[in-house]
Ligand binder design. Structure first.
Ligand code: ADP
Ligand code: MG
Ligand code: MG
Length: 896
């Protein structure tokens, strides 16, 4: 027979699955000998069974009777007894704390008779009636769905009639009268009388907790937090203790350290003569924990002792809820406390210093995401701001700039050195250029997985999305919000951590953590300006990262394709460049040259000249980057995207030429271009002429790049440098493809090295980004010195969807429907794409056991994905320069 009920004397903190977090920790505190009011927990199994069958299992009912009688015997009072009533609370408690679940019902067991008994027992009429009216109110609201305002209004009305604003001014008679009013409200709303049978009260409250697992709010929360739907919630039945018995009683919450700054030393709020959530509800001004020492020194000392016991036991920051009943302290809840990113780092190193945890454990207490939060600049907290509206906090940070409605405006602003915020109804891949130059991105539509949000996060750019109050009129060039009309160039400020949008300039300050990461500990500490909290934070981050670097199982490289990004990557601690995208070097002023190369006849003098010209420029690019990387590897990917991306857009060109024809004009250049664009136009460019295919199809193109790279490296080597170039061939699907490029590469390498008179090892490898490449990895390994898994393309080619066409369109629905927990472009789909990576590693190493294998693509900066890559034997991940510190932290957290 399944056991559905556990006494607090039976469970322990590791039974969260069965007893929920609250129940497991109440049991743990009981076994630690701490003063916990007696009680028991109804398991999550009982909840699951109830939800499946629509009724309470009979054995649960009888087990509850047994457990209740045990408690009654221990306390020496009975539930509902007219003379000496036992009262209990019914408290929900799932494995993960969850908003949207039913709230706690206190004072169960009171009825028209036992309220008299309680009054006599306590020698306090006022307290008894206050407890009874609270029961009807809470029970009505949370169990029976009665509109809570009805009760609150009646209470306000009574206070108004008595000419007071304080609950505490109401007398016993007032509260007795209020209880009668509440009963009437209850009957009118539910069509029944408030139940006088205490066991019925308890059972109804229990069932309501079970049912609340399936409320829409709870379900939405679970989906967002990736909490499985089938866990169910436990229910805790706990003897009532009273913080509202008079001035010797009270209730409070406390933390063993400050959860917002991480400052060591206890911290908390409490209220005397109060019950339940009064402290957090903000109805009365709370006192600070330190004041308790003055009010009741013995209780204060006991409380501090308990907090120390709990920290020692849980080896972590704990939060607690407690009640003082006539000078006696009772513990009602504890758990390892939630904390801000700053507190996480500080507490972790404090605990190491206090010799409570090891450095390995400390690294487990922080996450890459928390480090990211510490890296974003912030708005000065004490500056005055004018709030325009609020959207979704999509990518953290603080950005200020003039409004730009499109790429042209954004690029123009950038060219003039004016910071700007790109403001769009929503973004799509066409807006990329604007996003790149903008300080931040603001959209009126779309959620946290919208294109704007995802791309901004990838770029480490501040983003607020889905600010629906924004009305953007592109024709008029205006942004209207709350009656205010703004134009291009008007300054706004967006806070990506809160979703707030402000009018005008708001001062921003750089995070000292970022200064530390870029310039080292000394500079980071100097940036703290003597602020003690900040100083301790920067020191903690340094200690933890240093430890991570030392114990790392994977290396971290960066994706960079210009000297500035390369420098930033090195400053952030990258061990090399894992992906240099050469096509990014073909944009801007060089575009005409690229056009000439593409449009000229194969083998023509014009093409040779255009390529030679490009080669010269590329050589300079590579030289500058190799100098920055001196001594560190730099993997250069030969040109990947389809050629048509370098030519004008087909539709606009067709329209342009058609208009010319209508006017009877002919422009030979435009027509030649149109013919070329038509020829190269692809219906599905993601699967078209790109990568190695381009290299094979257009001789001279890859050769030009390889000459430029090896030539630059040879020149640096001759001058005494330590260049470490690696040639990487993209989109390879067969070893014959790779063999062709490899032969060419070997000749070029030999030629360039000989010309410069130096020796240099230039590995030639390929990307694994097609499922076929992974499946033939053992034969690819014969032609490749290394592999780099391009997990972005591998995700596209494995799922068969193109990112640009899918992410902004149906991914939000897929996430809503639970098909993905998160976009597979954000976090690697380990069950599908991950298996292909694993297979590629296995096959590749079967041919070449020591073969170096990396991962480039955004997953390289994603914590969950990093842990997976480590588990399948990847040697390094490569991510955007901004993600390097996060990845350094995460690789240090990978378990040995
Ligand atoms: P939550 O999950 O919202 O923290 P709890 O079950 O902890 O809900 O209940 C909220 C508050 O109700 C507690 O902090 C405590 O003040 C009060 N409470 C719950 N059970 C009891 C009890 N047995 N005696 C006294 N107060 C209680
Ligand atoms: Mg609580
Ligand atoms: Mg690719």
């Amino acid at each position: 027979m399944v056991k559905y009920v556990y006494s607090f004397l039976e469970g322990n903190k590791d039974m969260k699955d069965l007893l929920g977090g609250k129940g497991a920790n109440l049991a743990e505190m009981t076994s630690l000998g701490l003063p916990v009011p007696p009680g028991f927990t109804i398991t999550t199994d009982a909840c699951k069974e109830y939800l499946k069958r629509g009724e309470v299992p009979e054995t649960l009912t009888t087990e509850v009777t047994q457990a209740l009688r045990d408690v009654e015997r221990e306390i020496g009072r009975r539930l509902g007894d007219p003379d000496k009533p036992l009262l209990v609370s019914v408290r929900s408690g799932a494995k993960f704390s969850m908003p949207g679940m039913m709230e706690t019902v206190l004072n169960i067991g009171l009825n028209d008779e036992s309220v008299q008994g309680l009054a006599r027992m306590a020698g306090n009429d006022r307290f008894a009636w206050d407890s009874y009216r609270r029961l009807i109110q809470m029970f009505g609201k949370t169990v029976m769905d009665v509109d809570g305002d009805l009760f609150a209004n009646a209470l306000d009305q009574m206070k108004a009639d008595r000419g007071t604003t304080q609950d505490t001014d109401l007398t016993a008679d007032d509260l007795k009268e209020l209880t009668e009013t509440f009963k009437v409200i209850y009957r009118d709303a539910t069509g029944e009388d408030f139940p006088q049978d205490p066991r019925e009260q308890m059972d109804k409250a229990t069932e309501a907790v079970f049912r609340s697992w399936n409320t829409e709010r709870a379900a939405i929360y679970r989906r967002r937090e990736r909490i499985p739907n089938n866990l169910g919630t436990a229910v805790n039945i706990c003897t009532m203790v009273f913080g509202n018995m008079g001035e010797e009683s009270g209730t409070g919450v406390a933390f063993t350290r400050d959860p917002s700054t991480g400052k060591s030393g206890v911290y908390g709020d409490f209220l005397m003569n109060a019950q339940g959530e009064d402290v957090v509800a903000g109805i009365r001004n709370t006192l600070a924990l330190a004041d308790l020492e003055r009010i009741n020194k013995p209780v204060y000392d006991e409380l501090l002792g308990i907090m120390r016991t709990l920290e020692t036991h849980y080896q972590d920051l704990c939060d607690i809820e407690y009640t003082i009943e006539e000078g006696k302290l009772w513990m009602l809840q504890t758990r390892v406390g939630k904390r801000t990113a700053a507190a996480a780092f500080r507490v972790a190193t404090q605990l190491v210093d206090e010799k409570l945890i090891t450095s390995d454990q400390a690294v487990e207490r922080v996450t890459g995401e928390q480090l990211t939060q510490l890296m974003f600049p912030q708005f000065d907290t004490d500056s005055t701001k004018t709030l325009l509206t609020k959207g979704m906090a999509a990518s953290p940070g603080a950005a200020v700039g003039g409004i730009a409605f499109n790429n042209e405006q954004a690029e123009a602003a950038k060219a003039q050195g004016r910071p700007c915020i790109l403001v769009r109804r929503e973004t799509n891949p066409d807006d990329l250029a604007g996003m790149v130059v903008a300080e931040g991105v603001l959209t009126a539509r779309g959620g946290k997985t919208s294109h704007a949000a995802v791309v901004a996060r990838g770029m480490g750019k501040t983003c607020v999305c889905g600010a629906e109050a924004l009305e953007i009129d592109l024709e008029a060039g205006t942004l209207t919000v709350g009656g205010k009309v703004l134009k291009e160039g008007d300054t706004i400020a967006i806070d990506g951590s809160t979703g707030e949008v402000f009018d005008g300039d708001v001062p921003v300050s750089d995070s000292p953590v970022t200064t530390y990461l870029l310039k080292g500990l000394e500079a980071g500490l100097a940036a703290c300006n003597g602020d003690e909290d900040m100083t301790e934070l920067v020191t903690s981050v340094d200690r933890i990262l240093t430890y991570c670097d030392k114990s790392a199982k994977l290396r971290v490289r960066a994706n960079a394709d210009n000297p500035t990004d390369a420098q930033r990557a090195v400053d952030f601690g990258a061990s090399g460049i894992g992906l240099c995208r050469t096509e990014h070097m073909f944009l801007g002023a060089r575009r005409p040259l690229v056009e000439r190369a593409i449009l000229s006849e194969a083998g023509s003098q014009e093409r040779v000249e255009a390529l030679a010209e490009l080669g010269k420029l590329q050589r300079q690019d590579f030289k500058e980057m190799l100098q920055v990387l001196d001594g560190k590897p730099m993997t250069v990917r030969l040109i990947d995207p389809p050629l048509h991306e370098f030519l004008p857009d087909l539709t606009s060109l067709e329209v342009k030429v058609a208009l010319q024809h209508e006017r009877g004009e002919h422009n030979a250049d435009d027509e030649k271009m149109l013919a070329a664009v038509r020829k190269l136009h692809e219906a599905n460019p993601m699967l078209g002429l790109r990568g190695v295919r381009l290299g094979v199809w257009m001789p001279g193109l890859f050769a030009m790049q390889m000459h430029a790279l090896v030539g630059a490296a040879a020149e640096l080597k001759a001058a005494g440098g330590d260049p470490r170039p690696e040639i990487m061939v993209p989109l390879v699907g067969s070893n014959a493809e790779l063999a062709i490029i490899r032969r060419e590469a070997e000749e070029i390498i030999a030629e360039e090295l000989e010309a410069a008179g130096v020796e240099l090892d230039v590995p030639v490898g390929c990307m694994v980004e097609l499922p076929r490449a992974a499946m033939i990895a053992e034969s690819l390994a014969e032609e490749a010195d290394f592999f780099s898994y391009g997990t972005n393309d591998l995700t596209q080619t494995t799922w068969g969807f193109s990112r640009d066409d899918c992410e902004g369109v149906f991914f939000p629905h897929y996430i809503e429907a639970g098909i993905f927990g998160v976009s597979p472009f954000e976090s690697l789909d380990v069950h599908g794409v991950g298996r292909i990576v694993e297979e590629g590693v296995r096959r590749g190493r079967s041919a070449k056991p020591d073969m170096k294998m990396g991962v480039c693509g955004e997953h390289g900066g994603d914590p969950d994905s990093i842990h997976f890559f480590a588990s399948v034997g990847i040697d390094y991940v490569s991510c955007s320069p901004f993600r390097v510190p996060v990845a350094r932290l995460e690789v240090g957290r990978v378990e040995a």
